[in-house]
Design a protein around this ligand. Structure first.
Ligand SMILES: [Zn+2]
Length: 345
């Protein structure tokens, strides 16, 4: 398939998958819907702080190979209206349910328990909508392409949906103050400069900084649940708020990581968080004002193409599963995009 054929194939499969995965009721209020809100997974007023002429650099600007960008298979840039969006809940819920955290004066303060619940609620909604879309997507691809086999992907997607649903329901109960859960704020700091990146995401941390197991992402045991932490990088007008938190129930799994992280010197904390972003999520945007040397950094590109430490988005050609010679990019090997030297105005 040449890039143009691939682009056509991709957009057809995407369209069918969107139709197949569309909900009929809003998962928050349960009311029937014919259309859904274009929700921002990172608040739009935060995106506006780092956009240039309303434009933002997307995940493919770092991760995709040049020929895919040149052939417009993936967009390197998008407008703020279409950056980090998902269609999964109704307009009414979208305008109400996140109101405490989608408020700049609240974001400038240490978050309340309810704000953390709102953030986790949105993060789980994004992941649920993503996985529900991916299920028909890969099913169609498997039917169309001879050499593509979903393998364990079917079960992994089902388990993910089960685990995200548990987190979604817990966060929703907390927002509504019904059997609320307590969140542990592992890290919160307001930096006095504007970082060129915005991010809001769940992270199923695999191991601590010193390499001890946190979540076994490869487990196929039906009784094993992944436990996510939440990471936010919120550039404001002249400052940046950075936070990491998780449900207190997860303390046992995250305790070692917390101790190791809090012992890091300040600069290395930001270095490590930068690593988490590129290693774990696609849900970030970058300012077009960024130092362009970063976009060309080979280690950053390789890292953002890894999935669970496996290269090439986790898709390895048959017969090449022997990855013993592959060394995943380590957290010290990438540029620290959150450092003050890369601050933007
Ligand atoms: Zn609703």
């Amino acid at each position: 398939m040449n890039p143009l054929e691939f682009k056509k194939f991709h957009s057809q499969v995407a369209k069918q998958s969107r139709e197949k995965s569309r909900l009929t009721v809003c998962p928050i209020c349960g009311k029937e819907q014919t259309s859904f809100c274009n929700s921002h997974s990172i608040p739009q007023f935060i995106l506006n702080n780092i956009s240039v002429n309303g434009q933002l650099l997307q995940f493919p600007s770092i991760a995709a190979d040049d020929f895919l960008i040149e052939n417009r298979v993936f967009d390197a840039k998008k407008g703020t209206k279409n950056s980090c969006t998902f269609q999964f809940i109704c307009r009414e819920c979208d305008s109400k349910i996140f109101s405490e955290y989608e408020d700049v004066s609240n974001i400038r303060q240490r978050p309340s328990n309810k704000m953390m619940a709102e953030i986790e609620l949105k993060n789980t909604l994004l992941m649920l909508s993503k996985r529900r879309y991916e299920q028909p997507f890969y099913e169609i691809v498997e039917g169309e392409l001879e050499n593509f086999d979903r393998g364990p992907l079917v079960e992994i997607q089902e388990d993910d949906i089960r685990d995200y649903t548990i987190e979604f329901e817990r966060a929703l109960r907390t927002v509504y103050n019904l059997q609320p859960a307590k969140y542990k704020l592992l890290y919160w700091k307001k930096y006095s400069y504007k970082m060129p990146i915005a991010c809001q995401t769940l992270i199923p941390l695999r191991e601590t900084i010193n390499g001890f197991l946190v979540n076994n992402v490869h487990s196929l045991d039906k009784n094993y649940h992944l436990e996510d932490m939440n990471l936010c990088i919120f550039p404001l007008e002249k400052e940046t708020v950075v936070m990491i938190f998780y449900c207190e129930k997860y303390e046992k799994r995250y305790r070692n990581f917390r101790n190791e992280f809090l012992r890091l010197p300040e600069k290395q904390k930001l270095q490590y968080i930068s690593y988490l972003v590129f290693a774990y999520t696609e849900n970030f945007v970058i300012s077009p004002d960024i130092d362009h040397a970063i976009l060309k950094n080979e280690n950053l590109k390789t890292l953002s193409q890894e999935t669970n430490g496996i290269p090439n988005m986790g898709i390895v050609p048959m017969g090449l599963w022997d990855l013993e010679d592959y060394h995943p990019i380590s957290w010290q090997e990438i540029p620290n995009i959150m450092d003050s030297k890369y601050a933007i105005q």
